[in-house]
Each structure stands twice: as C-alpha cells, then as structure tokens.
Write a protein that binds this ligand. Structure first.
Ligand SMILES: Cc1ncc(COP(=O)(O)O)c(C=O)c1O
Length: 423
C-alpha cells in the first residue's frame, strides 16, 4: 500500500468481539514496521536486536546437531514446562547473575511476552488493580489490557521507579490492594533508566509490607555498557516473579523465554500455558541448548554489547548536537532505548507522520502509558541502525521538532498562547 493511503475496512463482526479486546490498543511500533521498510527510512522505532551479529554458521551448526542427535525429540511435542535440559541451561544462566534455581523452578515460554500474557491470564479479573512504571513496555500494556485491569503508573526518574510515589500509591490501594507490581529494573523499556540498588531494596520492602507480588522483567540485564552488574530483585527475594528471555542474548526468532516464580504461581502459569499452546517448540529449545554449549556465545554477546554501546554513544552525541535545549533525556547504561521528553506543548504522536515524511521513525510516548500521558515524549531505539544512520536520523528528527517549536514561538509572539507563569 502506498504511504499515506488510508484504507477503511468495514468490520461486520465488530459487535461480536469480547469486551476485553476493546481496551487493547494496537502497538504503534508494529504499525510502524510497514512504513519503516522504505529503503531510505531510518528506523529509531523498533527494539529489534541486531541479529546480523549472531553468527549464522553457529546457529546452523546448532540446528544441525539438534536434528542429528535429538531429531525425534526435536520434532515431537514436548512437556509444557519445557525440556529439562533447557531449564537447566536457564538455571545456569540465572546463577551467573546471582539467582540460585533448579530446573524445576523454571517454565520455558514463547519469549518473555508469553510469560506476561500467562501471568495476566492467571492473575487478573476485570477491574483488578496492577501497578507499573510510567512509562512502561508497550507489549506489557497490551498483554495486561486484554484482561481489563485498572493500571496505575508510578513515575520514574534517573534512578528508576520513584519509591515515594509507589508508597503513596500503595497507601491508597492498601495491603493486597493490587494484584502485582510490574517493573523492568535494568535499562527500562522505554525509559532507558536503571533502578538503583537502594530503590531495589525499598521496592522489595514495600512489596512485603503490602503483600503484593513483584514481577521483574529483565530482557536487557546482560546488555550493560557502563557501571557494574546490579543484583536482580529475584536474587534478593525468592518471592519475586522473574521473566527472562533468549531474545536479546541470542535471537528473538526462536521465541524462547522463561519464567521463574514461587511454586504455586508457577503451577498456575503452567496450567494456563497448557491451554495456550500445549508446549513450546522442542526444536527451538534443542537448538538453543546446542548454541549455548561452549563459550562462543559469550564472545558473540560481548560483540553485540559493544555494538549497542557504540550506537548508544552515537545517539547521545547526535542528541547533544542536534536536539533543542528544551529536550531532556537520561543516558542509558545499557539496553536499547533513550527516552526523550520535550516541552509539554509538543505532541509527538501528531509529529510522527511528518517524521516519516522526513525518513525517520520513532515511538510516540503516549503508547507507553495506559492513560494517554507521555504525548510530549518519544522512545528512540539505538539498537538497530548503524551509527551514521542514527546520527542522520536524529538530525532529521531535530528538524521536525524545530518546526514545531518555531510554530509555538510564533504563537507566543502573536499572543495566541500565554506561557505558564507569564500570565
Ligand atoms: C521489557 C520487555 N519485556 C518483554 C519483551 C518481550 O521479549 P520476548 O518475547 O522477545 O522475550 C520485550 C521485548 O522487546 C521487552 O522490551
């Protein structure tokens, strides 16, 4: 379809769908993929890992060995919790970040995304309260919204979720007043910030005091560029529900992630997973097991991390150079994203079409809140484009922003808008 051609499809089943689907918004990121495929387009929108850095020969070898040595199992249905060998591999990876588990504490999922959906299905009735960071991961909002919860967001600063605001929210909802608190402590998607060790401890104290489970989503923890490793919440408290994924340390195409949680919760997750898909892909699991044999994957992960660090630097340098002084961001210590806050009168969602015309895409911030906040914010992904493209993309975006700011300044000069405090 040509860019800008609107096509309205009449849906004659529109009165048949369940109520829960009405609250699920389509992800602007996914909608943008079509536009982002134009050859001259610079995508700063999608959080796609650079899989070109994953050696295809090593993956081919792993898949080949999987078939050669375990072909009949790889092609067969498997157990709902996942292969014991894959769960053992997960336990080993978790031990490296300070979490001691056995294979029995792990359920393999189709990416962390499925774990989010399964948790929501297991925990949420319509109207149930949950607490998330604001902004938070669009895919989590999508997964949760389908079960019609009341989502309360807690604002963040450079140290992650603000504990004073969380405490105030918990006082409002009371003990056991929310079904869970969802957090992405490392290099948050979309804000890029990392929760400080003090805040991690405080979060767990508050969660205990109010008897509310914490869901820790940690896809980016191993992609650290600066500073030392920070202990996952799960390493400090066995009651934390932890979601991990192979998507960023290997490849999202295999759709492999995992969840670890207290035994009764894990049993419920397993139950809903059986209904969802019977079992995950054995073929993907055997291939991943083979890929993670030996140490080559560590070198690949090191290269990937170095690549992302270089791109982060390119993005920060370009923001410093091209973005207006009114813009604010926090330099991330790892992960994929920079979150930029513009003055409140800039509407990033309405700027997107113009940005696409200029050949650059980003994610407007309002999709990262359940309540329409964040319109003056944007998520910029540095994981996928090359440093030169990032520089050019930021330059193009700065032009679009400058147009908006100029318009605003003209309105002020004409007296059509009065600035706050100036009245
Ligand atoms: C915070 C967060 N959680 C979960 C996911 C889902 O990852 P996957 O399903 O590929 O494991 C993502 C993907 O970008 C993410 O950023």
């Amino acid at each position: 379809m040509a860019m800008g051609t609107a096509r309205v499809v009449f849906d004659r089943w529109s009165d048949r769908y369940a109520h829960r689907i009405a609250g699920v918004r389509t992800s602007a990121v996914r909608d943008l993929f079509a536009a982002a495929s134009r050859p001259d387009m610079i995508s700063l929108s999608g959080g796609m890992p650079d899989v070109s850095k994953v050696p295809s020969a090593a993956v081919a070898q792993a898949a080949h060995d999987a078939m050669l040595h375990e072909g009949t199992q790889a092609l067969q249905y498997g157990s709902s919790e996942g292969r014991v060998q894959t769960r053992t591999l997960v336990a080993e990876l978790m031990a490296e970040i300070g979490v001691r588990l056995s294979a029995d504490d792990v359920v393999i999922t189709a990416g962390a995304q499925q774990a989010l959906d399964l948790l929501a299905k297991a925990f949420l009735d319509p109207g149930d309260l949950i607490i998330t960071e604001g902004p938070t991961y669009v895919g989590a909002l999508q997964a949760f919204s389908a079960y019609e919860p009341d989502i309360r967001c807690v604002q963040m600063d450079a140290e992650g979720m603000r504990m004073d605001l969380l405490e105030a929210e918990l006082k409002r909802v009371g003990p056991r007043g929310a079904k869970f608190i969802y957090t992405i402590p490392n290099f948050q998607n979309p804000a890029g910030v990392t929760m400080s060790p003090d805040r991690r401890r405080r979060l767990l104290e508050l969660a205990r005091e109010y008897d509310i489970p914490v869901v820790e989503d940690d896809p980016y923890g191993r992609l650290r560029f600066d500073g030392g490793h920070m202990k996952p919440l799960r390493s400090l408290d066995d009651d934390v529900i932890y979601l991990g994924t192979f998507s960023k340390i290997f490849a999202p195409g295999l759709r492999l992630g995992w969840i670890t949680a207290p035994k009764p919760i894990l049993a419920k997750v397993l139950l809903v997973k059986q209904a969802a898909d019977l079992c995950g892909s054995n073929f993907a699991q055997v291939t991943a097991e083979r890929y993670f044999l030996g140490t080559k994957w560590r070198k690949t992960l090191q290269n990937l991390t170095a690549t992302y660090a270089e791109r982060r630097d390119a993005m920060i340098a370009a923001l410093d150079e091209h973005f207006p002084p009114e813009a604010r961001w926090v330099k991330p210590d790892g992960g994929f994203f920079v979150w930029v806050e513009l003055p409140p009168y800039v509407d990033c969602a309405s700027m997107l079409a113009e940005a696409v015309e200029h050949g650059v895409t980003f994610v407007p911030g309002d999709g990262c809140f359940p309540d329409g906040r964040g319109r003056n914010c944007m998520r910029l992904a540095f994981c996928y484009a090359q440093p030169e493209a990032i520089e050019e993309g930021i330059r193009r975006l700065a032009e679009v922003i400058e147009d908006r700011l100029e318009l605003y300044r003209a309105f002020i000069a004409a007296g059509a808008i009065v600035e706050e405090g100036a009245a």
